[in-house]
Ligand binder design. Structure first.
Ligand code: BES
Ligand code: ZN
Ligand code: ZN
Length: 491
């Protein structure tokens, strides 16, 4: 899709549909004859400005645009960039069609900020995405938009940069969505590694993929234990971004993402209902790779390394058994009480390896537990940390990017759950507080480095369409992770 900023007077904007953000009780004034018809829609109660509601006027008087779409934004005092992102996405999804290929979204002078421009472009690109690559029906592309512009009459020059950044972030997020919805037979650990190598090559990043042998030499027993039940060999994907002059930077950020390309549960096998969804168990890894794509293009001033341990969790003849004891890269031993708690087993070795590579701050994203879905549903990502400062950065970035995240506790008392009679740690706690004990397990390997863990099990996949986003993979955390790096020096 083509995107851009159109600085011409509003009445000269050419589009199949012109989207106009419309608050409750205040009919927008465009300074053209169509204002009368807009006011009538409000007066008659046909359109109230309710959030994400729409009204369409054909051939609006005084405009070159063929349609005018009023896009409800709710109460003016509640309006922000996050809402505009959703409004733009919903407007695109609702109004794109064979006849509507070119859309523009109007930002009145007082609304033309870097945040609104970025959010609108992101919303449009995310909204126009459909996970339909495997549908062979040629008609599927009929509805895709050809162009989306921000109509910002007389807009300042800085808006171009905001547009570029929004576009880059949304494309990175759609890249992650593309990966997450690939089925397990296509996206094996090896295939994920190939796609990461391709990404690195295209973006000018360094890439190192560790194979089973190298992991054995290093002693990544926990990661390898998960991988041994599958015929697909594991891979530890490492991608580096090193900006010029950062060789002696005191900060080196690691983005670690769970890359289980399919999670059957292993010998502790999952029930078959909804098991097909476990192809998205590599969404954390996809988010780390997507964030690197944005980082490579937007060039923050600090080194960033992505680490994605990629495995398939299968109950093959060589699969690990409940009760097996594995030795992690850190030297700690783990008793595997449940082979379905595999995410923490691959992440612990990746977290240790990140530190060996010199990373000073660690952020991981993982579809780690069903328990976080019980706690927070599909609305918020759970955030766990051993460092308030790093958590503040992550929450600020999430807020700025409109990704809902909620801090969760990690008190020492939870450690009592992680006692094994035979090894240093078990890989599960008791029945309760499962998201916290999973995070606590990771903390044992992240300490003493500042670390934040994002449990995205409830937010990485949509079971049904939202007005602003198709069902399926969401690409959650890509924008937040990239933004943490981009804003690092600002705090
Ligand atoms: N991949 C799952 C977690 C998950 C559940 C992601 C639902 C997305 C939706 C993870 O590997 C897992 O199976 N966790 C177990 C842990 C349990 C065995 C302690 C869980 O949450 O049930
Ligand atoms: Zn599992
Ligand atoms: Zn899993």
């Amino acid at each position: 899709m083509e995107t851009g900023i159109n600085r011409r007077p509003l009445n000269e904007v050419i589009a199949d549909a012109l989207i106009v953000p419309a608050p409750e009780k205040e009919p927008p004034q465009l300074g053209v004859a169509a204002d009368e018809a807009v006011k009538e829609l409000y007066d008659s109660g046909e359109f109230t400005g309710e959030k994400l509601s729409f009204a369409l006027l054909r051939a609006p008087a005084g405009l070159k645009a063929r349609r005018l779409v009023l896009a409800g934004c709710g109460k003016r005092e509640e309006f922000d960039a996050a809402l505009l992102r959703r409004v733009a996405g919903a407007a695109v999804r609702r109004h794109r069609s064979r006849a509507v290929k070119r859309m523009a979204l109007y930002l009145a002078e007082g609304m033309q900020t870097a945040a609104t421009v970025g959010a609108a472009i992101e919303g449009a690109l995310l909204g126009d995405y459909d996970p339909d690559r495997y549908k062979t029906d040629e008609k599927k592309n009929d509805k895709r938009l050809e162009a989306f512009s921000i109509a910002a009459p007389g807009g300042a020059a800085e808006l171009d940069q905001a547009h570029e950044r929004g576009r880059t972030l949304a494309e990175a997020q759609n890249f992650a969505r593309d990966l997450a919805y690939e089925p397990g037979n296509v996206l094996t650990p090896g295939e994920l590694a190939r796609r990461a190598e391709k990404l690195a090559q295209e973006e000018g990043l360094e890439c190192d993929v560790l194979d089973r042998e190298r992991m054995q030499q290093l002693g990544m027993g926990a990661l390898l234990g998960v991988a041994q039940g599958s015929a697909e060999p594991p891979a530890l994907i490492v991608i580096h971004y090193r900006p010029q002059g950062s060789a002696d930077s005191d900060v080196h950020l690691a983005l670690v993402g769970k890359g289980v390309t399919f999670d059957t549960g292993g010998i502790s096998i999952k029930p078959s209902q909804n098991m097909e969804e476990m192809k998205y168990d590599m969404s954390g890894g996809a988010a780390a790779l997507g964030a690197m794509r944005a980082v490579a293009r937007l060039k923050p001033p600090l080194p960033v390394t992505a680490l994605v341990p990629a495995v398939e969790n299968m109950p093959g003849p060589k699969a690990q058994r409940p009760g097996d004891i594995v030795k992690t890269l850190s030297g700690k031993t783990v008793e595997v009480l449940n082979t379905d708690a595999e995410g923490r087993l691959i992440l612990c070795d990746a977290l240790t390896y990140a530190q060996r590579l010199g990373c000073t701050h660690l952020i991981d994203a993982a579809t780690l537990t069903g328990a976080i879905v019980v706690a927070l549903g599909h609305v918020n990502t759970g955030v766990f940390t051993n460092d308030e400062g790093l958590q503040a950065r992550v929450l600020a970035a999430a807020k700025a990017e409109g990704e809902k995240m909620w801090p969760m506790p990690l008190d020492e008392e939870y450690k009592d759950e992680l006692k094994s009679p035979f090894a240093d740690l078990p890989n599960i706690g008791s029945r309760w507080g499962g998201a916290v004990t999973a995070a606590y397990f990771l903390k044992e390997f992240a300490d003493p480095k500042p670390w934040v863990h994002l449990d995205i099990a409830g937010t990485a996949w949509l079971d049904k369409d939202k007005p602003e986003m198709a069902k399926g993979p969401t690409g959650v955390a890509v924008r937040t992770l990239a933004r943490v790096a981009l804003d690092w020096r600002k705090q």
